[in-house]
Design a protein around this ligand. Sequence first.
Ligand SMILES: Nc1ncnc2c1ncn2[C@@H]1O[C@H](COP(=O)(O)OP(=O)(O)O)[C@@H](O)[C@H]1O
Ligand SMILES: [Mg+2]
Length: 202
Amino acid sequence: MAGRLITLEGIDGAGKSSHLDFIAERIETRGIEVVSTREPGGTAFGERIRTIVLNEKMHGDTETLLMFASRTEQLAEVIMPALARGAWVLCDRFTDSTFAYQCGGRGLSESRIATMEEWVHGNLQPDLTLLFDAPLEVARERLNVAKTSPDKFEREQSDFFSRVRAAYLQRAAQFPHRIKVINSARGLVDIRTCLASLIDSL
Ligand SMILES: Nc1ncnc2c1ncn2[C@@H]1O[C@H](COP(=O)(O)OP(=O)(O)O)[C@@H](O)[C@H]1O
Ligand SMILES: [Mg+2]
């Protein structure tokens, strides 16, 4: 018995988290257990890392190592046990975020991140990655409307997000069978129709 790992990716404000419950319910109607979680975080220890990494300035390597530290805890405590009992795991961000933000956005070495990926989850990749893609201005406007206080990443300038978005799209081109690009500039209803067919085909 093995579950499935589905990850949600995209720049801040693209509209990932808005669809988490919809996707979970869609899977649950098939009688499958769903575990929803997020990165960084997802465990008590990981949430403490999240508070630090989303709010404090640090070296880019430190940021990357903390992301993988949180991920290691999450895999050991949440993801692997859930998959082993046949549950499907929905994770709001995973390793593609590290490639997009720390490599694309901050310019860290891709091969170093690949080495850490191999170390932390060399034998596991998501079964499906939903990449929520929207122009930077659309994402920025959504964050402005939401009026939540921005974290360290959300305060970055548009050239940072344009590099992050480009890195995501490059990964989608590299792994077309796993990563599905969702045009998230559309309304919620249209996006859900698209998500439903992707989820139902798993
Ligand atoms: N398709 C959409 N159309 C309009 N507003 C949206 C859409 N998707 C998300 N939003 C709004 O944009 C904001 C950011 O969405 P969220 O899902 O939190 O983005 P993310 O998790 O990608 O940062 C929220 O206030 C949300 O209600
Ligand atoms: Mg979110």
